[in-house]
Design a protein around this ligand. Structure first.
Ligand SMILES: Cc1cc2nc3c(=O)[nH]c(=O)nc-3n(C[C@H](O)[C@H](O)[C@H](O)COP(=O)(O)O)c2cc1C
Length: 433
């Protein structure tokens, strides 16, 4: 049995079991203690996803990992990146390169931000603080979701950094407005209002796995949890022995409930009667950066700008709401052409590689939001895992910039890309930086 030195050069250890009869060595699963270098044995987001898959109960993993209905959008989010090819320039001096951007007047070292998910707290004990800290350490914004399990004031105190708050508009609008007021008092820099979910989406595997919110106990999901002891002991039991069953800490006091409580309250039903007037109201209520998330049409981006929003986030919610929705990166050039000179354009859904980020920035996005990738990291190892996911993006973005012959984000443009025909017309009129 021994370590394989060449593997160490890649930042990890491989442990081998030697067969004494014929002297051959075969790899063995690594004990966790040997994996405590900062790579965590993960060299891609896919590796972090695999660690998360093993640690989490199936119901929780699928809740995070999968998409709506037949997952056409989920798959197409990835396929859309594969249809866009890179066109490297050679013999360009790229020795001085940078991935810094300026977003809403702030310089940041990387062109990404953390998308709202409300799920980090079930990936890891106090996972929202862990993820927010990793974001703060990397100097990128972290978005706390309405449905998160950590009070917004606690995130401000224990993580700091640049913080945005994501808002769902509920049937009782005054509840959502009260949440926004609270985020304002807590000092959040940005408000992200999500507009792509007038009703709950259809995700059948959650029903099959008996993974429902509020959480309920059935034989199937109890067995699922019992067969994942690291999650049971490291996450659920730690909550139960300290602060108790997690609650939606950012709901107003009158409707605050445990994630096991029935029901979450009628007032908290999603609002299916929202219009652009609601964005105008929020514009009056929220004096700082206002972002509208869930845009897939250029004309809707124009309406958001007309309502006074500072930014749009082009998103199909990571393929989790209406199945069959276009991939955000496909509509990006048209949105940039429509509003890129007026407001900030950001995009999310399906980003797993630095090259995906580069493609979106070359098409005119000002920044990219990351959803599942950092959740997988958080599930794998809390703050260290989230930091590893961010580091992977940092390393990959840097490497792809160099290999493209490009010194910085501001020099990226559609000329670095070979686009499928449906995208190339719009990209040719989108902003050349
Ligand atoms: C588990 C999970 C929960 C999410 N919850 C929210 C939410 O509460 N509000 C919201 O606006 N978006 C939510 N999203 C969508 C993300 O903000 C983001 O749009 C999406 O994850 C991006 O796609 P990606 O996961 O492929 O990066 C959630 C996504 C996931 C995976």
């Amino acid at each position: 049995m021994g370590f394989d030195p060449p593997m160490r050069a890649h930042g990890g250890y491989a442990l081998f079991v030697r067969d004494s009869t014929n002297g051959t060595a075969s790899p063995m699963a690594l004990p966790e203690a040997y994996m405590k270098d900062n790579t965590l044995g993960a060299y891609s987001i896919a590796d972090l996803r695999e660690i998360a898959r093993r640690r989490l109960p199936k119901g929780i993993f699928e809740f995070v990992d999968r998409g709506a209905e037949d997952e056409v959008s989920l798959r197409n989010n990835r396929a859309a990146f594969e249809r866009i090819k890179l066109k490297p320039r050679v013999l360009v001096d790229v020795s001085q390169r940078s991935q810094e951007i300026t977003l809403f007047g702030h310089q940041q070292k990387m062109p990404i931000a953390i998308a709202p998910t409300g799920a980090a707290g079930i990936m890891w004990h106090e996972g929202e603080i862990a993820l927010a800290r990793a974001a703060a350490a990397a100097g990128i914004p972290f978005t706390l979701a309405t449905t998160s399990m950590t009070a917004m004031e606690k995130i401000v105190k224990q993580a700091g950094g640049r913080l945005w708050f994501q808002l769902y508009m509920y049937a009782d609008r005054s509840l959502s407005h009260a949440i926004a007021e609270r985020a304002k008092s807590a000092g959040f820099e940005g408000l992200v209002v999500t507009v792509d979910s007038p009703v709950f989406s259809n995700r059948e595997y959650n029903l099959r796995n008996n993974f429902t919110i509020p959480l309920s106990y059935t034989l199937r999901n109890t067995t699922d949890v019992l067969t994942h002891p690291r999650w049971l002991l490291g996450v659920l039991m730690r909550y139960l022995l300290t602060t108790g069953m997690p609650r939606y800490e950012n709901y107003p006091a009158e409707v605050k409930s445990r994630i096991t409580a029935q029901p979450m309250g009628r007032a908290l039903k999603l609002n299916d009667a929202l219009t652009w007037d609601d964005v105008r109201v929020l514009r009056k209520l929220w004096p700082r950066t206002l972002m509208v998330k869930g845009i897939l049409r250029p004309q809707d981006a124009v309406l958001a700008a007309d309502c006074g929003a500072d930014a749009v986030i082009i998103s199909n919610h990571g393929g989790r709401v209406v199945d069959g929705a276009m991939a955000p990166v496909e509509v990006l050039p048209k949105v940039v052409a429509a509003v890129g000179k007026r407001i900030t354009v950001m995009v999310d859904s399906g980003f797993r590689r630095g090259s995906d980020v580069i493609k979106a920035l070359a098409l005119g996005a000002n920044a990219v939001l990351i959803g599942r990738s950092t959740l997988y990291g958080t599930a794998a190892a809390g703050e260290a895992g989230a930091a590893r996911a961010i580091a992977l993006f940092r390393e990959e973005i840097d490497r792809v910039l160099a290999l493209l012959g490009c010194r910085g984000i501001s020099a990226l443009n559609p000329d670095y890309l070979a686009l499928p025909p449906a995208m190339s017309d719009a990209a040719s009129v989108s902003i050349m930086r």
